[in-house]
Design a binder for this molecule. Structure first.
Ligand SMILES: Nc1nc2c(ncn2[C@@H]2O[C@H](COP(=O)(O)OP(=O)(O)O)[C@@H](O)[C@H]2O)c(=O)[nH]1
Ligand SMILES: [Mg+2]
Length: 327
């Protein structure tokens, strides 16, 4: 799912402006053609006014439909995104606002039909002009009424733009562990992607995502900032990580770092907490980072003493294993 392509939602005045300007331009362009004809003054004036109404209707409906149709229908989104929406924005308010825009589309259609009819039936230029003015007033009023909805949709779009683009229908592995212990480096080793790797903690600004590929098959790897605080205490990125772990990952790679930027007891504690939170079918693999600067024996003894299964300290071996299982 990709929310990055949703285009900016403008305010009511913008829509009014563009619709009326385009209508003015179209009727100016056609005016000389229309006045050349032998038709009566009344009929010419009618033709031009009808042209304006058609243009206003066309422009507004095109732009408003674009909002409603491009916006994903929230109830049909995968669970991961639905929950993300639930915890980052007001879903009911957004739904109501999108409904408001649909309402406006219908109203604009109705008024355009009604006033085109009135203008067609108008027997005097003066009445035609006043019908047109009334139509403009009605259209402006419809748009003013949905201005608050447009604001809500734009606010929601901005939040949704920051959502990670996770594929929810392919096998997925989440990398988990303390900050600064080599999670992003592992992602890069496994997937060849080159996210931001910094020699200090808390550098992951969003979820880093990479793919292990074999011909047309793909395995998704998500690098998540590790925190298992209470959900309401998590920041937005940690919430995304938690939801990705819960809804998207079949497997989790837990990273230990025995050079101990964080005490090993704390790393074990987080590992146990994570195990408790995972569903039965979500398997954990353990990876030891920084084996290049550690005595391998320290790692193997740690694995033995902690009775860890499925443990790796060589990223290439781990990659082979993952490819073997999933691809
Ligand atoms: N020597 C060595 N350094 C590593 C390894 N993995 C990570 N690092 C270093 O540890 C720091 C944090 O790495 P990073 O992957 O950003 O950790 P993250 O915060 O868990 O994503 C960086 O300076 C990395 O270069 C490794 O396997 N060996
Ligand atoms: Mg990182």
């Amino acid at each position: 799912m990709n929310f990055q392509d949703l285009v900016k939602v403008e305010r009511a005045d913008w829509f009014i402006d563009i619709a009326f300007k385009t209508a003015g331009k179209v009727s100016d362009d056609k005016r000389s053609d229309v006045t050349k004809t032998k038709a009566s003054k009344l009929s010419k004036s009618r033709t031009l006014e009808l042209m304006k109404i058609t243009t206003i209707q066309k422009v507004l409906i095109k732009h408003l439909k674009n909002i409603v149709e491009k916006f994903p229908s929230i109830d049909e989104l995968p669970d991961f995104y639905q929950e993300l929406i639930n915890c980052t924005l007001d879903k009911d308010e957004l739904k109501k606002s999108l409904g408001g825009v649909s309402w406006a589309i219908t109203r604009i259609g109705l008024f355009s039909k009604k006033y085109s009819g009135k203008i067609k039936a108008g027997r005097e230029i003066i009445t035609i002009n006043s019908q047109r003015k009334e139509y403009y007033g009605r259209i402006c009023s419809v748009l003013k009424q949905i201005d608050k909805f447009l604001v809500v949709i734009e606010k929601s779009r901005r939040i949704m733009k920051s959502y990670p683009s996770i594929k929810t229908n392919i096998p997925t592995i989440a990398i988990f562990g303390f900050p600064n212990i080599g999670k992003t480096t592992l992602l890069s080793k496994l997937t060849g992607s080159t996210p931001d790797i910094q020699p200090y903690a808390f550098t992951t600004k969003g979820l880093n995502i990479g793919y292990i590929k074999k011909s047309y098959k793909k395995l998704q790897v998500i690098d998540t900032p590790g925190s298992l605080d209470r959900f309401d205490k998590l920041n937005n990125i940690e919430k995304q990580a938690y939801l990705a772990l819960k809804h998207c990952a079949q497997k989790v790679i837990y990273v230990f770092d025995l050079t101990e930027p964080f005490p090993i007891e704390d790393q074990l504690e987080l590992f146990k907490k994570l195990k408790k939170q995972l569903a039965k079918e979500q398997e954990i693999v353990v990876y030891f980072s920084k084996s290049d600067i550690l005595d391998k024996q320290i790692i193997t003894e740690f694995i033995k003493n902690s009775k860890l299964s499925n443990a790796y300290f060589n990223a290439e071996l781990l990659l082979d294993k993952l490819k073997h299982i999933y691809l």
